[in-house]
Design a binder for this molecule. Structure first.
Ligand SMILES: Nc1ncnc2c1ncn2[C@@H]1O[C@H](COP(=O)(O)OP(=O)(O)O)[C@@H](O)[C@H]1O
Ligand SMILES: [Mg+2]
Length: 394
């Protein structure tokens, strides 16, 4: 079944908003005045999308949206807000709202939402209602590589990891450069992108996996890259919601979506973390790096972010001014999941545009990246020998 105005419902108890909504689509748009009415409509089995009015665009009202999602995990919920702020967007996303639309609600916006979410919905429905969780059915895993300090090794980790994952049998891997101002994934992989995330963002209203495919840049390893904007100023054209939507579309076709990021704990990064199945936090072996990682983790805990998704990757693990592993784990209250040693060949590989796992596969540092890949594949290094090379999802 496709998404039409027949299986969507507009919910609010504000007369003016409901009257306005009722007038849309020649009066064919169904409306309800409360969440409990919406719950009844869910029980009738035809409801696919709920559009909640501005009364729900408040943090204290958002919790009620959760009940809808509990009832039907595949239900798409949107909120109309008088002003779309970063805080609202984040809070809405946390309760599973798919998007926040700016008031007033118009036919055009509803149609856009329908076309935008129709393919998502089909994807979710494929697993059938009640198939558990709903949101990750048939989608690839999103793995975000972050660090609280620049130069920690995110880009070398993300690129080498993505190349290794692409070697897994049958695995389709995409690498998204979400360092929107200074992304250098293409430089490090020696790619000259024809299109970038800016093109994807400009096509949001009609973006599907086929269109996104034509925007990705292929790497000889089989990996596909969504390039960062070519100039820092273009980053302004990319909204957080837009980038998340692009990642969602990519995850329809790709088993792994690796996301490289900037070292900024901003709205974009928080939303990316929220969307990710797994987060690799790269920590360099020096005091400022560990201090920043600690601050970042504390912030995430304060925001009630599920930090169990976060795994630590220690970079330059053999650095001369070595800190003690146990001290680092204690300070960060998290175990180290993988270690990458420091080796001169990394700089050469970056300049040459060839990841070390290709140019020096036997090196210690390449082995470190293999350890990172095993973390993602769900193996511990000690179990790696039996399961290596076999593509595994989750
Ligand atoms: N394990 C390592 N050994 C040697 N050099 C490294 C290592 N990790 C990173 N580097 C160097 O540090 C630089 C910054 O790494 P990069 O991945 O670009 O950091 P980030 O993306 O976090 O800013 C790279 O150009 C690379 O030369
Ligand atoms: Mg980088």
């Amino acid at each position: 079944m496709s998404l039409t105005e027949n299986n969507l419902l507009v919910v609010d108890d504000d007369d003016e908003f409901i009257d306005g909504a009722k007038r849309l689509f020649d009066g064919r748009l169904p409306t309800a005045r409360s969440i409990s009415d919406a719950l009844q409509a869910i029980e009738s089995g035809t409801l696919r999308m709920v559009i909640l009015g501005p009364s729900y665009a408040r943090e204290d009202m958002l919790d009620s949206v959760r009940t809808l999602r509990h009832q039907d995990p595949a239900l798409i919920s949107l909120i109309v807000a008088d002003s779309v702020t970063a805080n609202l967007l984040r809070a809405a996303m946390r309760v599973g709202v798919s998007d926040v639309l700016e008031a007033p609600l118009t036919e055009e916006k509803i149609e856009q939402a329908i076309s935008q979410f129709s393919s998502d919905m089909l994807q979710l429905r494929r697993g059938g209602p009640g198939s558990g969780g709903g949101e990750s059915v048939d989608r690839g895993r999103v793995i975000t590589v972050m660090s609280a300090k620049g130069g920690a090794g995110k880009t070398v980790t993300a690129t080498n990891l993505a190349v290794l994952l692409a070697r897994e049998e049958g695995a389709k891997v995409a690498l998204v450069d979400a360092d929107l101002q200074f992304g250098d994934v293409c430089l490090v992989l020696q790619l000259e992108p024809k299109f970038t995330v800016v093109n994807a963002a400009a096509e949001l209203h009609r973006l599907d996996s086929q269109l996104v495919e034509s925007i990705l840049t292929p790497h000889p390893s089989g990996l596909k890259v969504l390039a960062a904007p070519l100039e820092p100023a273009f980053a302004d054209d990319i909204t957080t919601g837009g980038l998340l939507q692009i990642i969602d579309v990519i995850s329809e076709r790709y088993d792994y979506v690796v996301v490289d990021t900037a070292s900024l704990l901003d709205e974009l990064l928080l939303s990316l973390l929220e969307r990710s199945d797994q987060v690799l936090m790269v920590v360099d072996m020096d005091l400022p790096s560990v201090k920043n990682a600690k601050l970042a983790l504390e912030t995430l805990r304060l925001l009630k972010f599920p930090t169990n998704k976060v795994q630590l990757v220690l970079n330059r693990s053999n650095a001369k001014a070595r800190l003690d592993d146990k001290e680092i784990e204690g300070a960060l209250k998290t175990q180290i999941s993988a270690r990458i040693p420091s080796e001169g060949i990394v700089a050469a590989s970056v300049n040459e545009g060839r990841p070390v796992v290709e140019s020096a596969p036997k090196s210690k540092v390449a082995r470190g990246f293999e350890e990172v890949a095993q973390v993602v594949l769900g193996h511990t290094p000690s179990q790696a020998s039996s399961g290596r090379g076999v593509f595994r999802r989750n």
